[in-house]
Design a protein around this ligand. Structure first.
Ligand code: ADP
Ligand code: MG
Length: 467
């Protein structure tokens, strides 16, 4: 006889931790650092705060496989009553909105908590001082995996000494392989410093202490929370939006204009006529079959305006150049930020830098440094769209002869990055994205060609003068 039962989200990820990047002790340590750092960056720059982040990794003296990771930030903090859920409940967070952030799933830090409690049986420590609050909350908690709810071991609330301070400290201990992970983790931190040159990151490990000081105090314009674009809707999104309306008399016309991105009065009327709906129809009265027709018509109508990029926060050519210069120390760099584009109703912006010479080691193929929503992507390069585009370019057109000291830096910003998995390591080859990447890389590469030509001439002159 078969026995039937359900599985809680926490149980699911407990069983399938590999799909979130926690496949072995080295990878789990890397992923833990990554999830904590990314939350810290989201909590700062998304809210207009220049990030000050400290990352500390230490080993248990009696067992080197027990690794403690501590990350502290000066971010907006977490409302004290929300702390248990954001750290103790899989699929809980503040980023389920249309806005560019590193986090999207409401999963990352819970994976780290789960992995820590699975391997060392230790709870997570969180201390948070929310902005605009007089208090600081401190918790020790773990996840009740069966129920997918937080289990609080200890909590304490105290008054802030200085009402102006804000930020969060997270500390947890997991079974990890520091020896195997340290190179990747250091590389991850270096690349984070490259893409966020306005951040100061302190990095302390059993082997070294590094400080990546900000090279710029310019913060990119933070992303704003936007609305869905009609091209990206489905029946469930429509249901959710209609459910959230308080006004029962709202018409289809008003609904389209008020609830969606890229829809003005005129386009809304045009759409309604084209789709054969009655403009005075009350959306609260739509039946399921109407919603299905509406969603499908909305996706196929081709006159919507493109989504505006206010929900995005690219870093811009200047900061990208600063970051590349500071970390890679090349002799040439050209950065290109493309105008906004979109795929399936999701806005995106591609930024690219091509760097050459200097301290970049010569390699048989271009080095590719990939970023998505300001997150460095280190794994699964072989299946990523950026690698594909870079490989398809004939670099001899740009006078590059391999082995060459060439690095291509790609940054994709979107409210919906088409990742291939929840571990967020590789971006799928969406045609629109591929196209933008290619245009951007070629534009930067043309400048590289001029630079190489200039250098060749210079050498030629020097050679002649020498003889
Ligand atoms: P995600 O980042 O995808 O939303 P996480 O599980 O990593 O999911 O985090 C859950 C939520 O916890 C976040 O949405 C955020 O609201 C909050 N959070 C986590 N870490 C921090 C932090 N350092 N500062 C402020 N808020 C945080
Ligand atoms: Mg996160």
């Amino acid at each position: 006889m078969e026995k039937y039962r359900g599985l809680s989200p926490a149980q699911f990820f407990h069983r399938n931790k590999e799909i979130a990047g926690f496949s072995n002790p080295a990878r789990a340590l890397y992923q833990t650092v990554r999830e904590l750092v990314e939350n810290s960056l989201d909590a700062t720059e998304t809210h207009g705060i220049l990030p000050d982040i400290s990352v500390e990794i230490s080993l248990d003296p009696s067992n080197q496989d027990k690794v403690t990771v501590k990350v502290a930030d000066n971010g907006i903090g977490i409302p004290i009553h929300e702390i248990p859920n954001v750290f103790g409940r899989v699929f809980y967070g503040s980023k389920y909105v249309v806005r560019q952030t590193r986090g999207v799933f409401g999963l990352g830090v819970k994976m780290a908590v789960l992995y820590a409690q699975m391997t060392t049986a230790q709870p997570i420590y969180v201390k948070s001082a929310p902005r605009n609050s007089e208090f600081i909350g401190e918790y020790l908690l773990y996840i009740d995996v069966d129920k997918n709810i937080p289990h609080i071991v200890k909590m304490r609330i105290k008054k802030k000494d200085n009402p102006k301070i804000h930020g969060t400290v997270v500390r947890l201990t997991l079974e990890g392989s520091w020896l195997q992970a340290k190179k990747r983790i250091e590389e991850y931190i270096r690349r984070t410093a490259l893409i966020a040159p306005y951040a100061t990151i302190k990095y302390k490990t059993p082997d070294e202490e590094l400080i990546f000081r900000r090279v710029s105090k310019k913060l990119p314009e933070p992303p704003r929370i936007g609305r869905y674009h009609p091209k990206g809707v489905d029946v469930e999104i429509l249901k959710e939006l209609i459910r959230s309306l308080n006004d029962h008399s709202i018409t289809l016309q008003d609904f389209l204009v008020k609830s969606f991105e890229g829809v003005g009065e005129k386009i809304a009327s045009e759409f309604i006529v084209w789709a054969g709906f009655d403009p005075s129809l009350k959306v609260k009265e739509l039946r399921l079959s109407d919603l299905e027709a509406l969603a499908s018509k909305m996706r196929t109508f081709d006159k919507w305006r493109r989504p505006r990029p206010v929900t995005l926060s690219p870093i811009g050519e200047e900061l990208l150049k600063d970051g590349v210069k500071n970390i890679l120390k090349p002799s040439f760099v050209k950065a290109v930020t493309r105008p906004p584009s979109s795929y399936g109703g999701h806005p995106f912006i591609v930024e690219v830098a091509v760097a050459y010479g200097g301290e970049i080691p010569p390699q048989d193929q271009p080095m590719v440094l990939r970023f998505a929503n300001k997150m460095p992507l280190l794994y699964d390069e072989g299946v990523d769209v950026s690698r594909k585009v870079v490989n398809e370019i004939d670099w001899s057109v740009y006078k590059v002869k391999f082995p060459a000291p060439l690095a291509v830096i790609t940054h994709v910003c979107s409210t919906k990055i088409p990742f291939k998995g929840v571990g967020k390591e590789a971006i799928a080859d969406v045609p629109e994205l591929e196209h933008e990447l290619e245009i951007a890389i070629r534009e930067a590469a043309r400048r590289l060609r001029s630079y190489i030509t200039r250098m060749e001439r210079l050498h030629e002159i020097q050679r002649k003068e020498a003889t």
